[in-house]
Write a protein that binds this ligand. Sequence first.
Ligand code: AMP
Length: 286
Amino acid sequence: MTETASLPVVRSVADLRAAVRDWKRQGLTVGMVPTMGALHEGHLTLVRKAARRADRVVASNFVNPTQFAAHEDLGAYPRRQEEDARLLAATGCHLMFAPAAEAMYPEGFATSIAMTGPALGLEGDFRPQMFGGVALVVTKLFNQVQPDIAVFGEKDYQQLMVVRRFVRDLDLPVEIIGAPTQRDEAGLALSSRNAYLSEADLETARKLNLILRQAADAAASGRPLPGIERDAYAALLKAGFERVDYVAVRHAEDLSPFPNGIVDAPARILVAAWLGKTRLIDNMAI
Ligand code: AMP
């Protein structure tokens, strides 16, 4: 175990379990915030929320290879664990768990998790490996940390629904708590991947929020969804996005489509679009 600005950084499951066992022996509750590092204010709000709900908070910092496809940005994904540890220490986190990939997936690792339901469609269409990878790593992290609660951001809304589903399906004894998306002054959702964007790309990215807002308002007013989705798609391209994977209005709870094309229940609009080699996702309540 090493200490960074008074935050223990633990790399082995044995050290992690020893720390958690000690807390549990004292009757303390444990909250967890899974992250891939390169932390920003969005992550830190999850840590604060966990700290309000639990006595001790563990943040994991692990760029999970099983949720990236071979052509994706696993190698380029920003990594700055020392700075992350400093930020976590200043935010009320008690321990950072940063395992090596070989510790999480040792030679001979042979287990996978396949999901349907909320994992199908949207991200599932464009990143088919992603939610299986997320389910696997989050299940492992929950087994390692054994938290009472875990906080996930609505920024990755489909992921939040997927996590709630497999936690129910697999009877994992942890309460899942969602937290609202943190945005910059212009409404751009904070993301570790924003670090890839040039100034010009950032300007385009900041238009995403307004386009989503207008589409969400149109959907709330009862306009037919196919036209709204088409208009938002065209507006994104006009704003400077090079490619739009999807922009879709879905039921807020299970992400199923609205079969009659009108919003008549709690809904969410979700988008994924490309600026150069950077893929941005965002979503909004309707
Ligand atoms: P990541 O490190 O991108 O895997 O994200 C780790 C956690 O932080 C996930 O639960 C994300 O949904 C959440 N998160 C990422 N960006 C934001 C944001 N801008 N606002 C709130 N939560 C976020």
